[in-house]
Design a protein around this ligand. Structure first.
Ligand SMILES: C[S@@+](CC[C@H](N)C(=O)[O-])C[C@H]1O[C@@H](n2cnc3c(N)ncnc32)[C@H](O)[C@@H]1O
Length: 255
């Protein structure tokens, strides 16, 4: 791991050895640009003198790309297969978006739950290791691009326009809880009906990614599902076959 990257992550309390080297190395130029620093050494000195810039550096290194209803087929499978099945068992669901970035993924789930009449009794938690991502999620302001996959009717129903940006309506914001947390330090207290662990494992080395999958599996509620990113697969020894691409049950689906 590059010395500068390791230093930034370590200073932010993150374990650089858990990450794949290449994706983080590729982000060094973007990180230097964000800090307006000519070199890694200059960036380091800058952060030492202005500690608030550490968050800028971490955000530049750890890619936080996200959008509402990212990979729409996943949300469509949740809407048509998962929610009806879980709704038979419970009036409200517990949903955790691990590595939620700025919150679009969890708000997308809040919209689905609302449409299914399950939001009122549900609990939705979003966690990410980046403080500024969690601040943004709490603030809940998104630009048009982040909402581009959202059907216009849902945009009208669930967002208010605010100075050229869009904000989820109070009913959605009131049901979401946000927290800064490093998933490599262990999972949030379960059980969870839906755990979204998408597009973050690809940045971890195989051992660290597998250890997160193994932490998440036992805290699924009976009938609960784990959702992966398109390019991610849980280790074979943990899960049965997916009921749909990116959706996984534990071995004991109907405990
Ligand atoms: C590409 S975004 C994925 C966002 C969202 N899950 C999605 O699929 O649209 C990856 C996120 O993982 C977060 N992340 C990276 N390492 C993490 C860790 N150890 N604990 C929690 N979040 C982490 C990053 O801060 C970033 O916001």
């Amino acid at each position: 791991m590059d010395e500068f990257v390791a230093w930034v992550l370590c200073r932010a309390g993150l374990n650089s050895r858990s990450y794949r080297v290449q994706p983080l190395h590729r982000r060094i130029p973007a990180c230097l640009r964000a800090l307006k620093a000519p070199s890694p050494l200059a960036a380091r000195i800058l952060i030492e003198h202005q500690p608030h810039l550490l968050a800028t550096a971490v955000s530049a290194l750890l890619i936080g790309v996200t959008e509402f209803f990212r990979d729409p087929f996943v949300f469509e499978s949740i809407r048509t297969h998962v929610l009806p099945e879980l709704a038979v068992r419970r009036k409200g669901l517990r949903v955790w978006s691990v590595a939620c970035s700025s919150g679009a993924e969890l708000y997308s789930m809040a919209i689905l739950l609302s449409e299914a009449g399950l939001l009122e009794e549900s609990f939705l938690l979003g966690t990410d290791c980046r403080e500024d991502a969690i601040e943004q999620a709490r603030e809940g302001l998104y630009d048009t691009e982040e909402l581009s996959l959202l059907p216009p009717a849902l945009r009208r129903a669930y967002f208010t326009a605010q100075a050229g940006m869009f904000r989820p309506v109070r009913a959605l914001r009131a049901k979401t809880v946000w927290k800064v947390a490093d998933v490599l330090n262990g999972p949030e207290q379960g059980p969870w009906d839906i755990i979204l662990w998408r597009n973050a494992a690809i940045y971890l080395n195989p051992t660290a990614a597998a250890s997160v999958w193994r932490d998440l599996a036992p805290i699924l509620a009976p009938g609960g599902i784990l959702v992966s990113g398109k390019a991610e697969r849980p280790p074979a020894d943990v899960y049965c076959t997916g009921m749909s691409r990116c959706l996984y049950h534990t071995k004991e689906k109907y405990r």
